[in-house]
Design a protein around this ligand. Structure first.
Ligand code: NAD
Length: 342
């Protein structure tokens, strides 16, 4: 039997444990897996683009466990009553190829994206960072805020979204959790004086959500929303002034802020910083930019963490997913008892 965490049990697991505890555990799993980067099969994700959005498959394997995530990105979905991003994922045993663990990953992706952002910021942001500006307060936003509080102690948020209802929702969800939240009139006001800037907007265009003039020395930029060809958030001039960090360069060149910079543009991969092979921030004045697109190893880590954490609990159930006849050559025997028609 394949073990299953469905939407109901995922929500229960996060709610009962608290998102910050789940994110904290996930950060350590992502950190550990990125430190063994060379053991993984790596490829840019397989994307199917349509005018509506994108549907993607994200596979990886460490030669013991195989994982993939199915995920979509449809920026116009909320206007039609659907979410921008939904996902589910699978772990499989490499020795026989059987799926061992299946989980909803819409909620899990929000946790893993936030955990990855926080892990990166823990390494790259100035240690004295206190204030985060958040541009875009949609589905990912609360998880990002909680991750930055968990990993860096960020309590003060300055937020802006083009949709006032999204801001109201964000304030309603996070104010009771003890954050100090200032609602800004525009992006410039939100960003002024911030130590960290998270951009988490959804729009299928080369947008300039964050302008070069608003970015000052010492900031850490956590750019989440530019994650598809033709979908970016930053003024390209910002990239020229920043030290740019990516997950997996071949994928980020297709999907990230650097998609128009070309292969020669200097970037550092996160795993190289974690292993001390390359420098991260070298001065308090550096502008560090995490050009996040979301990489398969993060989903592998998130699923692995979830699988370990829910093992033997009632957050998981079983699903009969693999047809397994007693005689492995007699698949037909499973259906051979049907009554012939006529
Ligand atoms: P969402 O649609 O729920 O929220 C996006 C918010 O951005 C909305 O509230 C919208 O009003 C706001 N927005 C759009 N344009 C804006 C602008 N110019 N200025 C300010 N606000 C603006 O989407 P979501 O699920 O929160 O995802 C946000 C983005 O993050 C998407 O683009 C998604 O593809 C991306 N994402 C990236 C990763 C990753 O690993 N990098 C993971 C998940 C989602």
């Amino acid at each position: 039997m394949t073990r299953l965490v469905d939407v109901h049990n995922m929500a229960r697991w996060i709610s009962d444990n608290g998102p910050e505890r789940c994110i904290a555990g996930m950060i350590e799993y992502i950190d550990a897996d990125f430190r063994r980067w060379e053991s993984f099969d790596k490829s840019a994700r397989v994307a199917s683009h349509t005018p509506f959005g994108v549907i993607e498959l994200m596979p990886t394997s460490d030669h013991e466990t195989y994982a993939f995530k199915y995920v979509n990105g449809h920026p116009s979905n909320p206007l039609r009553g659907y979410q921008t991003v939904t996902a589910f994922g699978v772990l499989a045993d490499v020795h026989n190829g059987y799926p061992t663990f299946l989980a909803e990953m819409t909620l899990l992706t929000a946790l893993r994206t936030a955990a990855t952002s926080a892990l990166v910021a823990r390494v790259l942001a100035r240690p004295d960072s206190k204030v985060m500006a958040m541009i875009g307060t949609g589905s990912q936003a609360e998880f990002q805020a909680l991750a930055f509080r968990q990993a860096l102690g960020i309590q003060t948020l300055r937020v802006y979204d083009v949709d006032p209802d999204a801001i109201a929702k964000f304030v309603r969800n996070l104010k009771p959790l003890g954050f100090s939240i200032e609602v800004a009139a525009d992006v410039s006001e939100a960003v002024r004086g911030a130590d960290i800037v998270t951009t988490c907007t959804a729009d299928k265009q080369l947008a300039t959500v964050l302008h070069d003039a608003d970015v000052t020395a010492g900031m850490h930029l956590n750019a989440i929303g530019g994650d598809c060809p033709g979908k970016t958030e930053l003024d390209p001039a910002i990239l020229d002034r920043s030290k740019v960090f990516v997950e997996y360069t071949p994928q980020t060149l297709i999907e990230g802020e650097i998609q128009h910079q070309g292969e020669d543009f200097p970037v550092t991969e996160l795993w190289e910083v974690l292993l001390g092979r390359k420098a991260g921030r070298t001065s308090a004045d550096d502008i560090t930019l995490f050009d996040s697109v979301g990489f398969a190893i993060e989903d592998f880590s998130a699923l692995r963490y979830l699988r370990d954490d829910v093992a033997g609990t009632n957050y998981e159930s079983e699903i009969d997913l693999v047809a397994a006849p007693d005689d492995p050559k007699d698949l037909f025997g499973m259906v051979g008892s049907f009554s012939p028609v006529g």
